[in-house]
Every structure is written in C-alpha cells, then in structure tokens.
Design a protein around this ligand. Structure first.
Ligand SMILES: [Zn+2]
Length: 444
C-alpha cells in the first residue's frame, strides 16, 4: 500500500468525529489537494479510554461510507512496540514502530564493526544535494551513530518482520519513529539511521525523528523556529539522498509527530516541502478532543456544565493526569483558573480560554495543556460524556472540521496561515503566507 504524498494523522479519542474530520479533507480535495486521512490511536490512548483497536476500524469505515470518501485512508497502530503490536494486526494497515526506548542500547561489537565498515565510503567530505555546506564525516561519527541507533533500528526490523509474517502480502504502511526521546537526531544521524533501516530491509514509507525544540501537547512549538526550519530542510535533503544511496522506498517521507497544533512551524515546513517537492505526514492527536470540549462549552446548558466538570475534575487529579505526559507538557499551575472562576464562566468564556487562538487575550495555554491530557476524565464519565457528544453533535462537528481545515491543512498544505498572525505572542514576518501548492486554492 502506498501512502500518498500528503497525509494527515487525525486522532479521534472517543471515536465520534470521523465524519467531521473527513469533511475537512473533502474540502481540501475539492480545492485541488488530495490529503490522505490516517486515523492514529496508540496503545496508551486505547488503555486510557478503554477502547480496542478494532473500534477505530469500525468507526473509520463507517465515516468513509457515510461521506462517500473514495480516496485512500488508513488506520494507524500508533507508537506500537513488539509487546503491543498483536492487538493491532487485524485492524491496522499503517504501523508506527516506536523504538525510541532502545536508543542508546549497546550493539554487539561485531555488528557495530560491520556497520562502520560498510559505510566507510562516506568518510571525508559528504556532499548532500540540497544542503549548501557539506558534512565532514569521521569514523567516530559513523560509530557514534551506530552505537546510539543500531539496536533501535534492529528492533524496528524485528517488529516489521513480525507484522509481515502475520499479514503476508498485505504490505501495510510502515513508519519508524524515534521522536519520543530527549535528544534530537541530527541530519547526519538521520542519514546513518536510514542506512540501518535499509540493512534491516524495512520498507519504511515514513520516518519520525525527534526534531529540535519542544513539541508540547496541544500548544504551539516552543523553540528556535529558524533552527527547526534549517533542520527540517536538511532532513528532507537527507531523505532524498538516502533513498537513492540505500535503495529505500521511493515513497519515504518525513512524519512530524506534532503533539497537535505546531502553528509557528507550518509556514517554514510548507516552504521547505515546496522547495524539495517533498511529501509529508503530519500527525496530530488530541486537537479533535479539545474541539469536542469547545463545542460542548459553546453549546451552553448541559454541554457547558460537562465541560466545566471535566476541567474541575482534571484540576483535582492534576498529578495523576500529567504524569504519563510529563516530558511533553509545561504547565504553570499558578496560571490555571480556580474552580470558582470557571463556575462563573459562560460558554464563550470557556471556549475562548481553551480555543487555540494566540491572538486572543483570553486564551490560556496552561488550561489547554491540562485539558489535552485530561481526556481520561471524560473517558471515566462514560455514557454521560458520549451522550453529550451525540446531543451536541452539530456544533461540535463544525468546530472539529474548521479546526483541522483552517488551523492545520490551510497553513501547512496550502501555504496560508490561518487568520492568526501573532505567533508566540509576537508578530512574525516569516510566518506570512508562503506559496500555494500549484492548482490549489483556499478561500481567504
Ligand atoms: Zn510520536
């Protein structure tokens, strides 16, 4: 199965927004751009929500049928490892192999030596098309890269062969992910990681490195945007070069695990993709769940009451909810509104505090991050929450579709920022709209 040039991972924690999410992609397609939807849900999310991988397949097939979507679409076993892959084999046709925990494990001396020997031809000045300055490659650099990443890639090979054996001939989309780790991978490290991917015979179509900067859950990118842009471009160049050097899948592209809503890097990403004529997979997860909350709040009445109750419960369970996500959130507890304050809010006040509009003074990124990781509270509510989603389906669906279309698809794939110009509190010239994809048009 071939993943199209552009694809977007649209997590849907409570399995109610598949059709609303698809509406955003239908809109994009009508404007000339085919972006394949990929419904991703990790083992961690399934455990917290109490759902099963097969539930995603049922929801997705239903949504695709309901909307008459004729393009390709996928169900992603997100961040699976050798211990969790089996539960996803029947329902998934996209597998994100997470091998980050093996980064830094020691490879055997023989394997290390073999790897270095095979790549000695790259010693000296390495010139990669699309990167101005070359890289000086020493034997130590190759050895360091192998020492850090070889066991992780070998583990990816084991998981891949396990999938291949269980689903012979299915050829699902395979992603190798190393994003959930502290240290970013340099473009040179990525090059040697891809060499190892080729050695393992993994037909990877996407690779998810850890980029520089913070990718906190549900909020914008925190870090040096210029540095990110440079690294992203170099990674695109490295991928094109590695495909040719190592005989990897022609379809190989970068996967960006965004943790949702990395608005300030969409502009630079769009321009780099155009420059290299490269595709991309953008993975988001929790942004749809937050739109469900915004929709409930905006609906008022019992919807607003449920939104308030979820916030207040999340606040009282702060430590428990934040613990699994500690490395990907930065919440200032002092900046979280008190329960009494939230009790006095109307629907619009609640929605404005939560909605990711950085130009709005009421927007509170602390509250947003807490609610992003607070979906367990809604899961614990069970039927009460799901009934509310159904009762207020119309207003929620509108928020879900608009969010994906205007805040994600439009800036990244169409090169047009949404109406927010202020990024990280500052006016930024570099964030102005870039060039659009040829033939594609979005409304102003
Ligand atoms: Zn990830």
């Amino acid at each position: 199965m071939l993943l199209p040039k552009y694809s977007i991972g649209i997590g849907d924690r409570f399995a109610h927004q598949g059709a609303a999410q698809l509406d955003a992609l239908i809109e994009a397609r009508q404007r000339g751009l085919m972006i394949a939807p990929v419904w991703n849900k990790s083992h961690r999310e399934h455990t917290i929500v109490g759902s099963k991988p097969g539930d995603v397949r049922v929801e997705v097939d239903r949504a695709v049928k309901a909307r008459g979507w004729t393009g390709p679409y996928f169900v992603d076993a997100d961040h699976i490892g050798i211990k969790t892959v089996d539960g996803f084999l029947d329902s998934s046709d996209f597998f994100t192999l997470d091998v980050a925990e093996l980064i830094g494990a020691e490879p055997s001396i023989d394997e290390l030596a073999r790897f270095v020997e095979k790549r000695k031809k790259y010693l000296g000045r390495l010139q990669i098309p699309g990167i101005d300055r070359g890289f000086d490659i020493s034997e130590t650099m190759i050895e360091d890269a192998a020492r850090k990443y070889l066991p992780a890639v070998q583990q990816a090979g084991r998981i891949y062969r396990h999938i291949e054996k269980a689903k012979p001939g299915d050829a699902p989309v395979i992603e190798v992910s190393m994003d959930e780790t502290d240290r970013p991978q340099t473009p040179v490290e990525l090059f040697f990681i891809l060499a190892a991917v080729a050695d393992e015979g993994i037909p990877a179509q996407t690779v998810a490195p850890r980029f520089t900067g913070r990718f906190n859950k549900g909020v914008d990118y925190v870090g040096d945007v210029a540095q990110f842009a440079k690294e992203f471009e170099q990674d695109l160049a490295v991928i094109a070069f590695a495909v040719e050097q190592f005989g990897l899948s022609e379809n190989l592209k970068l996967s960006v695990h965004s943790g949702s809503d990395k608005f300030s890097i969409y502009g630079p990403m769009h321009r780099a993709l155009n420059r290299f004529n490269a595709g991309v997979h953008l993975k988001t997860a929790g942004t749809t769940w937050l739109e469900e909350l915004i929709g409930l709040a905006a609906a008022g009445g019992d919807g607003l009451e449920i939104a308030k109750e979820i916030y207040k419960t999340a606040l009282s369970r702060f430590d428990e909810l934040c613990a699994p996500y500690a490395s990907v959130i930065d919440i200032d507890p002092a900046a979280l509104p008190a329960p009494e304050t939230v009790d006095s809010w109307n629907g619009e006040t609640f929605a404005s505090a939560l909605r990711h509009d950085q130009s709005c003074d009421a927007y509170n990124h602390n509250l947003r991050q807490l609610l992003h990781v607070g979906y367990k509270v809604a899961a614990d509510m069970g039927e009460q929450f799901l009934d509310a989603l159904e009762k207020h389906a119309r207003v929620i669906a509108k928020n879900v579709t608009e969010n994906i279309l205007q805040r994600h698809i439009r800036p990244l794939f169409f090169g047009n920022l949404p109406d927010l110009e202020r990024v990280n509190g500052k006016q930024s010239k570099s964030q102005r709209p870039g060039t659009a994809v040829p033939g594609a048009r979005m409304p102003a």
